[in-house]
Design a protein around this ligand. Sequence first.
Ligand code: ATP
Ligand code: MG
Length: 648
Amino acid sequence: MDGKVYEVPSEWASRAFVDAAGYKRLYQASVADPAAFWAEHGRRIHWFTPYAKVKNTSFAPGAVSIRWYEDGTTNVAYNCIDRHLDTRAGQVAIIWEGDDPSEAKHITYQELHDEVCRLANVLRNRGVEKGDRVTIYMPMIPEAAYAMLACARLGAVHSVVFGGFSPDSLAGRIEDCGSKMIITADEGLRGGRKVPLKANVDAAIERLGGGGVEHVVVVRRTGAEVAMDPVRDVYYHDAREMVTAECPCEEMNAEDPLFILYTSGSTGKPKGVLHTTGGYLVYTAMTHQYVFDYHDGDIYWCTADVGWVTGHSYILYGPLANGATTLMFEGVPNYPTNSRFWEVIDKHKVNTFYTAPTAIRALMQAGEGPVKATSRASLRLLGSVGEPINPEAWEWYHRVVGDARCPIVDTWWQTETGGILITPLPGAIPQKPGSATLPFFGIKPEVVDAEGKVLDGAAEGNLVLADSWPGQMRTVYGDHQRFMDTYFSAYPNKYFTGDGCRRDADGYYWITGRVDDVINVSGHRMGTAEVESALVAHAKVSEAAVVGYPHDIKGQGIYAYVTLMADEQPSEELRKELAAWVRREIGPIAQPDLIQFAPSLPKTRSGKIMRRILRKIAEDEFGNLGDTSTLADPGVVSDLIDNRQNKQ
Ligand code: ATP
Ligand code: MG
């Protein structure tokens, strides 16, 4: 697996901002003197009051404190909009592609300015001030971007809740951050289906007995008839008529909060991750420029939802801070057909395409036809984020989607990290399928063993970060103790990522999955990602999830849930074939003890496999599945329970 290397294409080495030598030089400088490095790069954004202090961070036990640029003042909306108006007023900032392929909009920086100001004025007229929390529960329409930027303009703290979440999940998040203002839409539209957003907001508020919510601003998306409280609720298009397109930017301290975002909940109760203003914007803008090698005129598309951190950092804030053209997509990959992504690429001449392994594996299942029916000639660069990408899926993405012409940046990061931490730079770092490769500037990853001993050279263990970077989260909203306990208690003076990883002889990092998911078979520690990748490499397998279960002899046995390709049937022979296949690919130790064929796997709404639940099913602990509120389709679970494999 380590053997396969995709070298940097020569046109990339010359086109890119950073080549191999440049990467080495900049990385060395960034870790040798972080304060000097970030002092220089902090100037990439506009400051109302320039900073004199750059880095003031401590991971010390019981006293974790993270501050960047703490005496500087700025405004995120100013940086994402106003400062571009001299040179880019007529340039398209956001290309919006609707759920229905006949709908699209092009929003210039001037239009973005005017719309954000209007929405900010609507909020301000309803009492929203600096520091107030605003919940945004929206479909992927331009108003979602306007709402986030309007909050930033006023210095209000947004909490975006993914439009697929239930009233219960929404209520919990409104309550946790105490927001008095909610921005929503009548209904959302995804894959031709309507999502009752306003009704969900009403149900959430009812659950909270009002919960202190004073205003609900409702954007019309489908025009559906929805209940409107005459005092509390207002249609945005009515309120918009009453305000001007001018609204000043609040002067914010670099460490003032920008947003709260709840993690996807793969491992338990979601955490309210708090990000602040200055360092976050510097870091997302810089990573967006270098990782995607963004040049003026490029058309850039990140398929995430704004409800996830990827949408915050790499649909909105990073790209707009760079004056980029960013595409925002309302729909889903398989509507109206499995060609949709590729058709959108052709329609808008997309150069850079950034998506998640879950989408790639789903489209792989449909075969090459829907891809090959499109041109994709505009594509130059592909990206992946969210889970380890199996080498098999990487190769398919590279060969079929990118016509073997586009580098792939496999970007490892977390809601907590604000931006990308481990990734190839396309003009500098040769890629290995399945590896996130090397750290970005200023990032100091370390591999440690269970006792916290730092391992050198080629090694496998837990991934920690030895020092801070400007995009790092500052606290768990309202619970600094939980922040310290969760991330800084396992290894003193280090940020613990919760992920396992392997570093190979070339210094490349391979994320092996969450540490909670490591399986220990007869004393051998194994990452779930490795066994899953072997299964997915089999031609008949589309997706796989592997967990451990108690085994009398081995300590833990390997339980594999396998989803087959569209035209394959489960059988006893296939079960044996797959077990033998893994044995051959990795070794006897990795051979699954039990294989269950599953039409689909339980996933978070961001598309990540929830192994926590699969583990409970494998352990026969049906009554104790934990928090399932962030599951995309709870129905999947009962099917898995019904078809559970019996232990031998
Ligand atoms: P929770 O923290 O609530 O359990 P979550 O970890 O799924 O949810 P995110 O912050 O969205 O929430 O995801 C970050 C995690 O996703 C990482 O810790 C890692 O496990 C995984 N991940 C993201 N990108 C990659 C990647 N390129 N390669 C491997 N794993 C990745
Ligand atoms: Mg996490």
